[in-house]
Design a protein around this ligand. Structure first.
Ligand SMILES: Cc1ncc(COP(=O)(O)O)c(C=O)c1O
Length: 393
């Protein structure tokens, strides 16, 4: 017997459907395409980390972890934040371990945004921000990043700020564009916010993927910004284990306390053996994160070189494990249609960039994920090179 709903209220998120990441990964599987769409590695986490999870499970770390996080993991995160960003946080009071960065973003938005509040987003924007703002009763104001380098229009941010602005959401390194903040962006952000009470939500999940010798310009490097910020990161990105969904949020204690009020009723506590293992791994191998820029830069360079042999055009990403490519030389199709065509006809799945904006864009850009083994990238490159012979749709 099928269950039929008798009274369905109006949707709270009428514009939201299945995310493009699910759609493209499904299409990739159906077509046997190489999946460079959704952002996850096709290689394994460090073997020692997996061993430590197994060990934690065998040693009885199988019941609820403390609500805010495993104390050892909170300490390990605090030590990292101090050594990399010079930010002295009391882990017990200011850091909360969450079920991925996704939960941290949701809890942060719900901790501070009230009905009628305005929230500034920089577009293209990661897809989870706006639905969380809407569910909290807030209104998202989208400011386009400036082409061609996807820089922030700080003057426009200044003009958009008002007494109604509760939160400004920033994301560096930036998904999907690969743009990163420089220290002068942090100067501008400090300057713009000086006359405002707005809080900041910084999505820094790609903090360890910044290339070409630059350092990650974390908001935690600036006391003035850190004092009004919730800074979010993701172990999934750093340790090649996106499926574990473990992240964290760093905030001043008073803000962390509000954050935890939401976290404890969304998630309560995050998988205990994963936290125990991550803590031990961070203590044993503090160098892992420091090797990521070189590791991913080599993959970026390999992928960009492969793209050079095709009619696609790209400017190498400054950060993240994503690379944008312009396909205007081969097709005029809107990016969603082009991405579907490319998955079916060329056997390479990507993400159309317009899905990160509110409505269609005139750009002809798709996003590739290069967090893949070299043979996967090479095979994708070979398939993409066929564009030169067959042309676009
Ligand atoms: C910019 C950005 N923020 C947040 C997330 C979510 O991270 P997690 O998988 O830890 O929830 C992602 C994942 O792709 C992302 O790209």
């Amino acid at each position: 017997m099928a269950i039929a709903v008798t009274a369905l209220p109006d949707s709270k998120l009428p514009r939201v459907g299945t995310t493009i990441f699910t759609v493209m990964s499904r299409l990739a599987a159906e077509c046997g395409a190489i999946n460079l769409s959704q952002g996850f590695p096709d290689f394994e986490p460090p073997p020692r980390l997996v061993e430590l999870v197994n060990e934690a499970m065998r040693c009885g770390r199988n019941q609820y972890a403390p609500m805010a996080g495993d104390p050892q993991l909170l300490e390990a995160i605090a030590a990292k934040v101090l050594s990399l960003y010079g930010c002295d946080v009391d882990g017990a009071a200011g850091i909360t371990v969450t079920s991925g960065a996704t939960e941290a973003l949701f809890a942060a938005i719900h901790a501070v945004v009230r009905p009628g509040d305005e929230v500034i987003l920089l577009e293209p924007a990661y897809d989870s921000y706006e639905p969380a703002v809407e569910l909290a009763g807030g209104r998202a104001l989208r400011i386009p990043l400036l082409r061609p380098h996807f820089a922030v229009d700080w003057d426009r941010v200044r003009r958009t700020l008002s007494p109604r602005t509760r939160l400004v959401i920033v994301n560096s390194p930036h998904n999907p564009t690969g743009a990163v903040f420089s220290p002068s962006d942090l100067d501008a952000l400090e300057d713009v916010l000086r006359s405002s009470d707005a809080l900041l939500l910084a999505d820094e999940v790609y903090e360890h993927m910044v290339f070409d010798g630059h350092a990650h310009a974390s908001l935690l490097t600036r006391p003035e910004l850190a004092a009004r910020s919730l800074v979010v990161s993701s172990f999934g990105k750093t340790f090649h284990c996106t499926g574990w969904k473990v992240g964290y949020c760093v905030a001043p204690p008073a803000l962390a306390s509000e954050f935890r009020k939401v976290h404890q009723f969304v998630q309560f506590a995050v998988a205990a053996p994963l936290q125990a293992a991550l803590a031990r791994f961070m203590i044993e191998q503090p160098g892992h994160a420091l090797e990521l820029p070189g590791f991913y830069q080599r993959k970026r360079d390999r992928f960009c070189q492969l793209i050079e042999a095709t009619p696609l055009r790209c400017t190498p990403s400054a950060g993240t494990y994503f690379q944008l490519a312009d396909y205007s030389a081969v097709s005029d199709l809107p990016d969603v249609e082009f991405a579907r065509w490319m998955t079916r006809e060329l056997g390479v799945a990507t993400i159309p960039v317009s899905v990160f904006s509110d409505g269609a864009t005139a750009e002809r850009l798709v996003r590739f994920c290069f967090a893949k083994n070299d043979p996967t990238l090479d095979a994708a490159g070979e398939r993409l090179a066929r564009l030169a012979q067959i042309g676009g749709p």
